[in-house]
Structures are given as C-alpha cells and as structure tokens.
Design a protein around this ligand. Structure first.
Ligand code: 1CP
Length: 359
C-alpha cells in the first residue's frame, strides 16, 4: 500500500473548503441524505491488522513514520464504510517541538514533568519555530492519506486542548483527576498561564497546518476538560481555549470541539466559537439540540453499549437517531471505541445509520 503513495503526493490535497463530503456538509449544517458516521479511535485498538503492526512496531514508530501512520489511518476502511478518516497520531505528537521528552507506555509518559516556572520558560516559543518543526510527519501522513482516500470520505485532523495537554505535561502521565496539575495551577498561576499560552500557540499552528495538508476539519480533544469547577475553569482555562478556537476560526479551519466528563461545562462549551460540539454519552443530545438549535452536534453513543449483544446496540442507535434530526448531527460514540469492542457491533452501528437513507 505504501509504495503507491509517493507519485501521488499533493494531488489529493484538494481545497478542503470546497469539499462536499457528508461530513463537511454536516459541519456546515447543510441538508444531508443521512447523517455521517465516524468513530473516535477507529484507527487503532480494535483492528486485527493494527494489532499485527503493533507486534513489530511501537506506537511511536508507527506514528512518527508518515507512511505507516497513513496505512493505519486507512485500515478501518478495509472493514467499515465510515464517512471520515481520523489521522493516526496522538494529542501529544506536537510536544517534542517544545523540547519535551515524550514516550508512550501505552499512555503518554513525560520524562521531566513540568512543575516550575523555569521549566515552562525553557519550553520553546512556538512562534519562533518553523511549522515543519512541529510534528511534520503528521502533515505528510495527511497528504498521503488524502491522495489515497476516495473523494466522498473526509479526512479529519486533531489536537489536544491546552488544558488536556497541560494535564499530561504537569502530571507526567495519565492519572485520575490530575491532582499535581490542579495544585500547580493554583500555586503557580502565572507559570500555568504561560504554559497554557505556549500550548495554545503551538496547537493553533499545528492544526492550521493540518488543515492545509488536507484535513477538512480538526477535532480539538478536551478529554480532561472537567477537572475544575466552573469559576476556576472560567478564570484559568477558558481564555486560552477561546483564543485557540478564535485563531483557528480566523484561519478558516472548521472546528469540532470535544469535551469529556465535564457536565458542569457543557453549556459553557456550547457558547464557544466552533462549528461542531462533540459531547460524551453523559449528555442527552436531543435535549442539548433543543437548547441550541443552531449548533451542529457530534456523538454520543455510550462506547460500553458496543460491548452488549448486537440487538441491544441496534436498539440504542435507533433511539439516538430518533432523538434529534439528521441535519446538524454527526454520529459518533461518546468517547473512544473500547479496545475489546466486537467488530460486529460496529457493523450493526453502521447498518442502522445507513438504513436512515433508505427509509
Ligand atoms: O483511531 C485512533 O487511534 C486515532 C489516533 C489517536 C487519537 C485521536 C490516538 C492514537 N490517540 C488519540 C487521542 C488521544 N490520546 C486522546 C484524546 C481522546 C481520548 O480522550 O481518548 C488522549 C487523552 C490521548 C492520550 C493517550 N495517548 C492515551 C490515553 C490514556 C492515558 O494514559 O491517559 C493513550 C493510551 C495514548 C497512546 C495512544 N494514542 C493512540 C494510540 C493507538 C495509543 C495506544 C498506544 C499503544 O497501544 O501502544
């Protein structure tokens, strides 16, 4: 598969603004024959081909090699007729550009967690970098994928929201409720703000370049959005997230904003500038749509339902479809697909969503 990529390089990087894929129509809130569907974390985890690749290569090897990453990005289409490909990378991929020593085991591991102002100051200034110093393999992967992907399928890029990236950088790894982060932001508010500022500028450049490389829209993952109560979030976090979204908007990059496990923030996120709001399964999507009729929404089947027998999966997909109109809805799970999800559950999900068109 990889050898056919090179001659086509760049040809497929069509103007994403002109795209008429189901996903881009849905992102713009236009009428769709049926709602588009993709699945968070569809590229890795669940696929036998991915597991075979993982026997030979580490996650870092796969994600830092553009040709291998492109191959993994395209793997789901051997099994499923999803409407979008999600670039195979990680939210942490751009951080080495700041001078961060990063490994995965399997989640992110930071060699020297950031706990002081001096450490924050030592991180590179994102604006002083050449954009090709910020995870260039990701842009190359996207150009390769775009040249292979049929025109009717969208390519999505992604990055981490500043708070979610800061959580790993300060804590050093994924830890329940990230207490070191919550201590640092209170003990060293200025250093925390400087860290958030650097992450915001880094991710903005990274995502704009992904759009230029063929990603029709980008998803900003705020997986740990819910760590704070509303008042602290507004004071310490919101200004940075707002700036990231505004910078992307000014650059014409369509934005899907995902928040996870943050019921206290759903209404706040619904007011932020983005084309699509993606929420986890804890939020009733039909009710959210009633409160925000003009907002496009993505989600939000509970990934755990996919572990149940397929008739239960079908029942819940049908209930979700019935809970809000097709226009302005991108169907997805409410969080990443669980590693032990049977492939039949995904086939059942696709089948129910595709039935809508025939109805
Ligand atoms: O389909 C795909 O897998 C697409 C590529 C992708 C995406 C979108 C990967 C590959 N990671 C992500 C996003 C990501 N990474 C998020 C946001 C989504 C979410 O909330 O799940 C987060 C929080 C991370 C951080 C991360 N990286 C974790 C989470 C666990 C923790 O410790 O907090 C993990 C396990 C990783 C490593 C990673 N990233 C991707 C893969 C396939 C892996 C596993 C590597 C392995 O199996 O060795």
């Amino acid at each position: 598969m990889t050898s056919t990529f090179a001659p086509e390089l760049g040809i497929g990087a069509s103007d994403p603004q002109q795209s008429s894929t189901l996903i881009s129509r849905a992102v713009r809130g236009e009428h769709v024959a049926r709602r588009p569907l993709w699945v968070m974390r569809q590229a890795g985890r669940i696929l036998p081909e991915y597991r075979a690749l993982k026997e030979k290569h580490s996650f870092l090897e796969l994600s830092r090699n553009a040709e291998l990453a492109a191959e993994v990005t395209l793997l789901p289409f051997r099994h499923f007729d999803f409407d979008a490909a999600i670039t195979f990378a990680d939210i942490m991929s751009p951080l080495p550009a700041l001078g961060v020593d990063l490994d995965f085991a399997p989640g992110p591991i930071i060699a020297e967690p950031i706990r002081s102002r001096a450490q924050v100051e030592r991180l590179a200034d994102p604006d002083a970098l050449d954009v090709d110093q910020i995870a260039p393999e990701v842009y190359l992967c996207q150009k390769l994928v775009r040249s292979e992907l049929p025109k009717h399928r969208a390519l999505l890029g992604f990055g981490g929201a500043p708070l979610t990236l800061a959580a790993y950088l300060v804590e050093g790894r994924g830890v329940r409720d990230f207490p070191q982060l919550r201590a640092f932001m209170r003990a060293e508010p200025e250093a925390f703000s400087l860290l958030m500022d650097k992450l915001t500028r880094l991710v903005a450049r990274y995502l704009i370049e992904q759009h230029r490389s063929g990603a029709e829209a980008v998803q900003v993952f705020d997986s740990w959005a819910g760590l704070l109560e509303l008042k602290s979030w507004r004071a310490l976090v919101r200004p940075h997230l707002l700036r990231l979204l505004e910078t992307l908007g000014e650059a014409g990059v369509p934005r899907i904003l995902f928040l996870h496990s943050a019921p206290q923030l759903v209404e706040e996120f619904a007011m932020l500038p983005c084309e699509v709001l993606a929420v986890d399964w804890r939020t009733d999507l039909g009710q959210l749509r009633e409160r925000h009729p003009n907002l496009v929404m993505q989600g939000n089947l509970d990934p755990a339902i996919m572990l149940a027998p397929t008739d239960i999966v079908r029942q819940h997909v049908r209930a979700l479809l019935a809970s809000l109109p097709a226009q302005g809805h991108i169907l997805n799970l409410g969080h990443g697909v669980l590693p032990n999800t049977p492939l039949e559950s995904l086939h059942a999900l696709l089948d129910e969503v595709h039935k809508e068109q025939q109805a």
